[in-house]
Design a protein around this ligand. Structure first.
Ligand code: NAD
Length: 442
């Protein structure tokens, strides 16, 4: 026999499920950045009416003008969705009153002490909680330490007096977007989701199944939170290993790139990671410290993370030493040398400067007396402490004493660079296969 309570439970869940499956659910996305805007676009494309909420007025204005500021979303994709009324943006959290679902994709940086900065999650959830109502599905997507969804977000929502898993549904789903990757987008990257209760997980699964290709339900929010930290810690540590191997190879005169390429021919048990000038972006240099912060509280030192963090942090210094040595060998002291930095965003083919190792390399070179310029078609201007720089054409390598490839954008004409530059330090193996005495490789 079904009790009244169970009927009520089923009724709330059933109503929301029906709305989601029939695309009548009104979808909200809080935080319209590199993660949130593509997600909002994906749901609008799937036929949902989507409201984006962001505290940044300029981003809201641009979304409503159909003018994209995220590289992976063209204005040609965004504008028709806005014009047809499928997608709009606002700074007003009162919009939550009319929403059935809310995905939260706000920043999760580190404080100077390398502790998690939860202020964006807390402030956005406080605003959501003010307009929260029964029958909602809330999904946190910001990368964070295990426990955040149930320990930080849930208590704010429970203040409403509503019950999780019956009156409303709460999940965590890690975001795996890879800006600039032409093969994998929000739509075709498998989506892991874990809920506070089994009913929450199921609601999350139903929600993502409407717009994304493949959904992977897991048993709890903590598992879902930990999945993301494992993925990014795995990358960070393996990049650290590649960087350490690069420094070893350098010392004993072996080409590390050739070693990695040959090792990668092994069809099992090896996955190539590559050295470089240092970690960059919003994820790999930051997320593992969310894990080490959490485990420290449980009395476990995250030793792999600390070690890889140290080695990766040495790379800008290693690159600057290489530049200085290369200049010395060419009979030109670094003090007063004109150095062109080629590519400054944190990775290939994107405009994102967050945590870019180019900034560290440039600052260190400047401190040693180098006179800096840079070329990056994705980054027209750059501020480096008191120095304001504008991107220069690649041809100006002819006026430099040394060019340093930090980011290997596809648009660069590498043949031209080799022709013009008197000396090149290549930290990305962008000049693979090119033989020239003026090339110094990492
Ligand atoms: N960028 C990536 O490649 C990537 C990949 C995977 C996961 N993530 C994670 O996703 C989350 C978001 O990252 P992002 O790169 O999209 O960041 P972002 O800075 O590009 O976007 C975040 C947006 O949130 C807005 N915002 C800040 N505080 C807010 C508030 N209180 N209310 C509403 N909006 C607010 C900001 O104005 C900004 O537009 C982070 O936790 C990040 O670690 C990012």
């Amino acid at each position: 026999m079904i009790t009244e309570v169970e009927l009520a439970v089923d009724a709330t869940a059933k109503l929301l499920e029906d709305k989601i499956k029939s695309r009548r659910a009104r979808v909200g996305v809080v935080g319209l950045g590199y993660v949130g805007l593509p997600l909002a676009v994906e749901y609008a494309k799937a036929g949902f009416t989507v409201t984006g909420i962001d505290v940044n007025e300029e981003k809201v204005r641009r979304v409503n003008a159909g003018d994209s500021y995220v590289g992976d979303i063209s204005s040609a994709t965004l504008a028709p969705l806005v014009e047809s009324g499928k997608l709009r943006a606002t700074t007003d959290f009162a919009a939550v009153l009319d929403l059935d679902t809310v995905n939260i994709a706000v920043p999760t940086p580190l404080r100077k002490t390398k502790d998690p900065d939860m202020s964006f999650i807390v402030s956005s959830c406080q605003e959501i909680a003010r307009h929260f109502h029964a029958g909602m599905l809330i999904i946190l997507e910001s990368t964070t330490y295990p426990g955040t969804t149930d320990e930080v977000v849930l208590p704010m929502l429970l203040k409403s007096g509503l019950q999780v898993g019956t009156d409303f549904f709460l999940c965590f789903s890690p975001e795996r977007v890879d800006p600039g990757n032409p093969n994998f987008h929000t739509f075709n990257i498998p989506k892991v989701v874990g809920g506070t209760t089994p009913a929450c997980t199921e609601m999350g699964r139903v929600f993502y199944s409407q717009a994304l290709q493949h959904v992977v339900p897991v048993s709890s929010t903590q598992v879902a939170e930990m999945v993301k930290l494992l993925e990014n810690t795995f990358r960070m540590i393996n990049i650290g290993l590649a960087n350490e191997i690069a420094m070893m190879c350098d010392r004993i005169g072996i080409n590390v790139w050739e070693v990695i390429d040959a090792a990668a021919t092994k069809p099992f048990g090896f996955m190539p990671f590559y050295p470089g000038p240092g970690l960059g972006g919003h994820c790999i240099p930051i997320d593992p410290f969310y894990l080490s912060w959490k485990t420290k509280q449980a009395g476990i030192e995250a030793r792999f993370i600390e070690l890889a963090g140290y080695i990766n942090g040495q790379m800008p210094h290693f690159v600057v030493d290489k530049v200085q040595n290369a200049l010395n060998d060419a009979g030109k002291p670094v003090k007063g040398a004109r150095i062109l930095v080629v590519g400054v965003s944190y990775k290939r083919d994107i405009d994102d400067m967050r945590e870019s190792p180019a900034l560290d390399v440039m600052l260190l070179l400047q401190r040693r007396g180098g006179i800096l310029s840079y070329c990056d078609p994705h980054v027209p201007t750059l501020k480096l402490e008191d120095l304001k720089l504008q991107s220069v054409p690649l041809e100006s390598a002819a006026d430099a004493d040394c060019a340093v490839i930090i980011t290997d954008h596809k648009v660069f004409d590498y043949q031209l660079l080799v022709e013009k530059a008197p000396l090149i330090v290549d930290t990305r193996n962008a000049l693979k296969g090119v033989k020239s005495p003026k090339i110094v490789r990492l």
